[in-house]
Design a protein around this ligand. Structure first.
Ligand code: GKR
Ligand code: MG
Length: 455
């Protein structure tokens, strides 16, 4: 790994007088740069409360992690990015931050080349932030993403246009999102019952769906499955269909089913689902399921990098790809994925993990400017507390399940420095440094075993 000659030693910052784990890398004050060159990068790990949401690899821990990336140009314009907060990912971000100092924010090829070079052979292991549900490939794209988003934000601010304008212009003024339903415990073990309460049965899922639809107006629903036996999850979908006759419905067990089980579920739900998401692990298994069902198969697990596309096409593994700018290399490269999808005749939807407002703004601009997005996008937004974010409130609010595309320059959201400091403090105090749904589940249920496929 070569060190960027522009960098001076990274500075660890303090937070309210306490040593923090924030990092500021900057070019020495005496060195003059072109006005659109990157002068400094600040990386702040944060933690926010997350309810005990169940999935096929375990359960969400009480705090979810993110990293907030601030890129500042020589002329003082600041761009925002948001990404995973796992410690190995943070280490890579720090290496990449060094590499991007001095890069022109309009030179997107150079930006990508610098990040790719910085992660090549870095020897850092793990840290993809998704608790085993997405492969660890495309490291360069995962690390590039927050820098790409931050530079889009800066370019928008410099040119006085919203990010969607830089991505080709809005083809929709509002972006529909789906209500993302989870089986969940009433509260974290040892804690009190949370505002959502328990959802472990079809009735519980329907009650959760009713509340999420009434609050946000979502017009499509997705159930995170792979938690209970497939017949119980089929029953939950049928109960949702009864309560919401017109909502498109999806189920996603994150590869928890064998091919045989997937086909049984597909048959039971063939007249009910909009699409079936990652029923079984791997491209070959998905292709086998697809050969025997007419239900469209979607993925955010077996096609998660450009290098997977050729094999997916050769095998005929999928119908729909869920894009996600956090692992597809940011906004620019997600548009490249959209081009592949259009050419290959794949549908395009959007994946989500637990996230904050910078990511929601980026997802909204991207979906608004991507004609091929034909489905309501996923978001974990309702699962985060309203009073916990790093952006100033008011920029993003759901109306009838959709978000109006921000029209202010760049991403159209402002960082709230006090909130950032608060969530960083929470990160320092919380002690969690990796997302570990399985480990948390095993601490609660000592007999819990990770299996894939499970049924
Ligand atoms: O947060 O539990 C979760 C989800 O299961 C998430 O990790 C998945 O990546 O939402 C995702 C998906 O659609 O597979
Ligand atoms: Mg999924």
């Amino acid at each position: 790994m070569t060190r960027n000659p522009l960098m001076r030693s990274p500075r660890s910052l303090t937070n309210g007088g306490v040593m923090s784990e924030e990092l500021l890398l900057s070019v020495p004050a005496a060195t003059r740069l072109a006005e659109n060159a990157v002068r400094s990068v600040r990386i702040t790990p944060v933690a926010f409360h997350d309810p005990p949401l169940l999935n096929t690899v375990g359960v969400h821990e009480p705090l979810a992690l993110r990293a907030i990336v601030q890129v500042t140009t020589e002329s003082g314009v600041v761009g925002l990015g948001e990404t995973y907060g796992d410690s190995a990912h943070l280490q890579r971000l720090r290496v990449a931050a060094d590499a991007v100092l001095g890069c022109d924010v309009f030179a997107t090829n150079d930006l990508r080349a610098r990040v790719e070079r910085s992660v090549a052979g870095d020897g850092i292991r793990g840290g993809h932030g998704m608790s085993g549900m997405v492969t660890g490939t495309s490291t360069g794209d995962r690390v590039l993403s927050p820098f790409d988003v931050a530079t889009v934000d800066i370019r928008g601010k410099l040119l006085g246009v919203p990010a969607s304008e830089l991505l080709g212009g809005r083809v929709r003024d509002a972006v529909p999102f789906s209500g993302y339903l989870f089986y969940k415990w009433a509260g974290h073990p040892g804690g009190s019952v949370d505002e959502w309460g328990e959802a472990l049965t079809p009735e519980g899922i329907v009650a959760q769906a009713r509340r999420i639809v009434d609050t946000y107006g979502f017009t499509a629903l997705k159930l995170k499955a792979g938690v209970f036996a497939p017949d119980d999850e089929i029953a939950a979908i049928l109960a949702l269909r009864e309560e919401f006759p017109d909502h498109p419905l999806r189920i996603d067990p994150n590869g928890a089913w064998t091919v045989e089980t997937s086909l049984r579920v597909a048959d039971a739900l063939k007249d009910v689902l909009e699409y079936l998401e990652d029923p079984t692990p791997g491209l070959a298994g998905m292709a086998e399921v697809r050969r025997h069902t007419d239900l469209p198969l979607a993925t955010n697990m077996c096609v998660v990098a450009f290098s997977h596309i050729a094999e997916a096409v050769r095998l005929g593994a999928i119908d729909i790809v869920l894009s996600d700018h956090h692992f597809w290399g940011g906004l620019e490269r997600s548009r490249l994925l959209a081009g592949f999808a259009e050419t290959l005749g794949w549908g395009l939807s959007m994946h989500s993990n637990s996230h904050l407002g910078i990511s929601l703004a980026a997802m909204t601009h991207l979906a608004a400017a991507t004609p091929g997005v034909g489905y309501a996008c996923d978001t974990h937004w309702p699962w985060k507390r309203e009073d916990e974010d790093v952006i100033a409130p008011g920029a993003l609010s759901f109306v009838d399940g959709s978000l109006a595309v921000p029209t202010a320059p760049g991403l159209g959201v402002d960082l709230d420095p006090e909130a950032l400091a608060r969530l960083h403090r929470q990160y320092l105090d919380g002690g969690i440094r990796e997302r570990d749904d399985t480990g948390y589940m095993q601490r609660v249920d000592h007999g819990y075993v990770l299996e894939s496929p499970r049924w």
